[in-house]
Design a binder for this molecule. Sequence first.
Ligand code: SAH
Length: 344
Amino acid sequence: MPDSPVAAGLRARLADQLKRAGYLRSPAVEEAFLAVPRHLFVPAGFTPEEAYRDEVIPLIPGLATLSQPSIVVLMLEEAEVRRGMKVLEIGTASGYNAALLAELAGDPSLVYTIEIDPRLAAQARRNLEAAGYGEVNVRTGDGTRGWPDGAPYDRVVVTAEATDLSRELLGQLDPDGLLLTPFAIPGLPALLLRLRPKGAGAVGTFVGIPVAFVPLQGEYTGDSRRWEAKSRRVQRVIAEVEDEAWSEGVALSLDRRLALYLVAAAVAEKEAVPPDEQPREAWRRYIEAGEPELADVGVLALPLAECPNSGLVLRRRDYAFRLDLPRERNGGGGGESPRREVVR
Ligand code: SAH
C-alpha cells in the first residue's frame, strides 16, 4: 500500500505517543518521522496498523530487526543530524532509519548505509526506492571499517551493538563530527555511546537509557568465548558491589547504578586487582568519584599504544576506552558529600 491518509493518521498518532513519552523532542525529528512511511519498510504480511506500533519487528531472528520507533527516535535526537550533513549508517536492515536520516540531511544522496546481509541490502534498496529515497547510497558489506568513498562524514550512526571501534571507522569521521553507537560491554546492558574526534582518538559520554540492539557482526566484534567468561566475571563483581552498596545503606538510582556498573566492568579488567578485591575496589572508586550519574562519566577512546595502564580502562583491539570520573579528573578526594538516598 502506498502512503495514504490512513497511514499518515496512524503515523501522527504514534508521533504523539512518542512525544508524550519524551522520546520525540525536536521539530526536525518529528517532521522526519511524520514524513517517512514506515509501513513501506516492514516485511510482507505486516499491516499498516502493526507498522505504527512502538514495537520491534524481527527481520532475521537474532540478527536483524526493524528497531522500535522509540529507540530509533531517541537515537536520531542524540545524533543531531542537520541539513546538508553527510551521514554514514552501519546496519541498514529495512532502510527505514536511512530514510529518516535522508529527511534530516535534506538530501538522500548525502546518506551512505552499509548492510552485511546481501538479501537485506537488496530489500532495503527496494524499500527506499518505493518510499522515494532511491538516491540513498546502499552497499553490502562489513561496515565495521566504514565506507571510505563518502568520507569524511559529519555523522556516523551504528544501529547494531558494537563492542569496539576500528581506526578506519573513526578516521572517516569529520574532525567536527559525531559518532553514535550502542556500545556493549560484557556483563552490562548496552549503552548509547556518543563520541567526537579528539587527537588520534575520541571523547564523549554514554547517553540515555540501556538499549537493546542486535549485535554487530563482522571483523570488529568480540571473541564470544572470551566474551562470556568476561561477562560472568563482570556480573559477579556487579552482584557483590550491589551488596556492598546495600550494606552501606545506599540505594542508587538506575542512572547512578549504570555508572557504577561501568566502573565495575573496568575494575574487573584490571589484572593488578585480585578478583576478590574487585567489588570493594569498584565501590571505593565510585564513591571517591562522588557517586556520578551516567552522564558524568566521560569516555576517552585512545589508540591502544597511547593509553597508560593506570586508571579505569576497557582495552579493545584498536582503542582503549578510558573512563574519566569527575573527582579523579580534578585530582580526586574530599569535597561535599554526594547526593544519595539512604535506605530505611
Ligand atoms: N537501521 C535498521 C535496523 C538495524 S538492525 C532499520 O532501520 O531497520 C541491525 C542490522 O545491522 C542488521 O540488519 C544486521 O544485518 C546489520 N549488521 C550487523 N553487523 C553489520 C556489519 N558489520 N556491517 C553492516 N551491517 C551489519
